[in-house]
Design a protein. Structure first.
Lengths: 308, 303
């Protein structure tokens, strides 16, 4: 069936029409091969995404069309602005620290002899491999108000106990810390791959010219890795911004909504609070930031594509 | 390595003989010191999970050193592995992940082959679209999907919510775009001469795919499979929103909703459950680390 469509040998004997039909057959086969993908993405990604916009314009009982009512309601609520602030704060701070720690660790791994690198790399990527909901449980236990293992250490070295998840500022710090812990190994792996692609001759030339350690990083390593740094950071920004697992398990938004981000607040309002349209409206506010990041990533990818 | 040899001490120009190797040694020692510090930071939570999982409840609530096990016991492991509830979670997770991985690989290998080799109308746009859907997070989709499923229930009477198999429709939305994307990359890197030769020898498109592309791109397929498995095993939001009764839960949600009862935290069991739940991806990672890392760096994964 499929095979008979592509008797290339017979094509030279056939007229132009035959060749044309052949091409059409090929593209038809290709279309059918991609059809499951198209159906999946259309039904379960594109349609819900579009439906969310309509859903966000309904009243709580979903019987009345209220236009931008839900959005204006959100604008009037302090909690909403708090969620916007916290989402941005968490995403930006966490990504910056992930990037810095990832870069530093990648450098150290790159510095040691090649045969030991595999072992270290394997060990340092473990946080990324463990399902986030599971590892966040471990952090929750480490932060426990009465049995915190960190506080036990702090008690013994004479620093006071820390209310890890009990106070707004500390709870925010803890959420960012767990985010960084999970995400930094990914940056490390990406940067390590990028570091390996920087030709050694550049460093040798710089060393002969008397460049210092810092100058070599600033003038060789960073420019050579600029693309990877940018794309990794953008990806991470999207994921951290749209995160759910960590905040949900660690604080569930508390204390007093001080750690809610878009994902967890939409869940609270939409699923737990039963106000599906309002929840949809909340999650739609992620779109502008995601869209900006996506545009930059796409630009980078098409640029890289045209370079090859 | 050449780069470690260069002076760490800053821009001092008076370099004496012998100092290069001494500087190299010092840089190496500092690298190891910092790596050990970072390794402690990165490995502390899983190690602490292990420590807690070996303790009895009495030892956990006693005021002793939390970082040490005085009376190690496998009690928690035994009670979890004999609890039908926990085994149901494990079974549900395994079923969902294995079926989702299969669905994902079939859909994405077929689509990637079509997109990488056989152009059709709109195929370039579709490739970009696949990548864009990869950037759409599940936190944006779960509310409309929830409503759509309720609507389907009203319309057809099929109860989609609170059934574990509904996850079989949901997880591919997270795995397929990325797997297709990296498979397009792997397929595109296969030299055109190879499939042209197959075509000349009379192979059909399906034969070209199964006899040439899949074997040649096997590392990519392994990487994509690992990715799909890890994502479906770890997914938390969808099962939390779409399943509620205990016999339908998957592992992450099951541990969090059943082992945490009100304010009573049975931490020994929670840590044991979480550790066992983290085990499958960790074991796969331990054996197939190179494929795992190749998959990560190939497509610039979510991070």
């Amino acid at each position: 069936m499929v095979d008979s469509a592509i008797r290339v040998g017979t094509a030279n004997g056939a007229a132009r029409g035959g060749l044309h039909r052949l091409m059409r057959r090929k593209s038809t086969i290709a279309f059918f091969m991609a059809l499951p993908l198209i159906a999946l993405l259309a039904a379960l990604v594109a349609y819900p995404a579009g439906y969310a916009v309509y859903l966000a314009m309904l009243s709580k009982s979903m019987e009345r069309f209220v236009g931008f009512g839900n959005f204006t309601f959100l604008f009037g609520r302090d909690t909403f602005w708090q969620v916007v602030y916290q989402s941005c704060l968490f995403a930006i701070t966490a990504v910056v620290f992930k990037a810095i720690i990832g870069f530093v660790v990648a450098h150290f791994v790159h510095n040691i002899p090649a045969k030991g690198q595999r072992k270290w790399r394997g060990m340092l990527l473990v946080p990324w491999v463990i399902p986030p909901a599971m590892s966040t449980l471990a952090w929750l236990w480490l932060f426990d108000p009465s049995y915190s293992a960190f506080n036990w250490v702090f008690d013994h070295i004479g620093i006071g106990r820390v209310p890890w998840l009990g106070e707004a500022a500390w709870a925010r710090f803890s959420v960012i810390l767990v985010n960084v812990w999970i995400g930094a190994p990914f940056f490390m792996i990406m940067y390590l791959a990028a570091l390996k692609s920087v030709p050694d001759q550049l460093y040798e030339a710089a060393a002969i010219d008397g460049a210092s350690w810092w100058q070599r990083i600033w003038y060789i390593t960073l420019p050579m890795m600029r693309n990877i740094i940018a794309i990794t950071a953008l990806f991470s920004l999207i994921v951290t911004f749209a995160n759910f697992d960590i905040v949900r398990v660690l604080t569930a938004g508390g204390p007093l909504d001080y750690t809610h981000i878009f994902g967890t607040w939409a869940f609270r309002v939409g699923i737990e609070g039963g106000d599906i349209p309002l929840g949809a409206a909340v999650s739609l506010f992620m779109v502008p930031i995601l869209a900006v990041a996506a545009i930059f990533i796409l630009r980078d990818i098409t640029r890289r594509g045209s370079e090859v | 390595m050449a780069n470690t040899a260069v002076s760490v001490g800053g821009p001092t120009r008076q370099i004496r003989y012998g100092s290069v190797s001494r500087d190299r040694k010092r840089a190496l020692i500092w690298s190891y010191v910092f790596l050990v510090i970072f390794a402690i930071f990165f490995l502390m939570p899983p190690v602490y999970m292990l420590i807690t999982s070996l303790k009895t409840s009495a030892e956990i609530s006693a005021i002793t050193n939390p970082w040490w096990v005085y009376n190690p016991t496998l009690e928690n492991y035994v009670s979890l592995l004999t609890s039908p509830e926990y085994l149901t979670f494990f079974w549900n997770s395994a079923m969902v992940s294995i079926i989702v991985v299969t669905i994902t690989m079939v859909i994405s290998v077929l689509a990637a082959f079509a997109l990488a080799r056989m152009r059709f109308w709109g195929s370039a746009t579709l490739a970009t679209g696949v990548f864009l859907t990869y950037l759409i997070p599940e936190t944006l989709l779960f509310i409309p999907l929830f409503k759509i499923f309720a609507f389907v229930n009203e319309l057809t009477g099929i109860e989609l919510i609170n059934n574990w198999w509904v996850l079989l429709f949901l997880y591919p939305t997270l795995t397929v775009p990325f797997c297709t994307w990296i498979m397009i990359g792997y397929f595109a890197s296969i030299p055109k001469e190879l499939d042209e030769a197959a075509l000349i020898d009379g192979a059909g498109w399906m034969q070209t795919l199964t006899k040439i592309f899949i074997p040649v791109a096997l590392p990519g397929i392994i990487a994509a499979t690992i990715f799909a498995f890890t994502v479906s095993w770890a997914q938390f939001l969808y099962p939390l929103a779409f399943t509620t009764s205990t016999d339908q839960l998957v592992l992450p949600v099951g541990i969090i909703t059943t082992l945490i009862k009100g304010d009573v935290f049975n931490w020994g069991q929670i840590m044991t459950g979480a550790l066992l739940g983290a085990a499958p991806p960790l074991i796969i990672y331990a054996f197939l680390m190179d494929y795992y890392i190749a998959g990560l760096t190939a497509g610039a994964t979510k991070g």
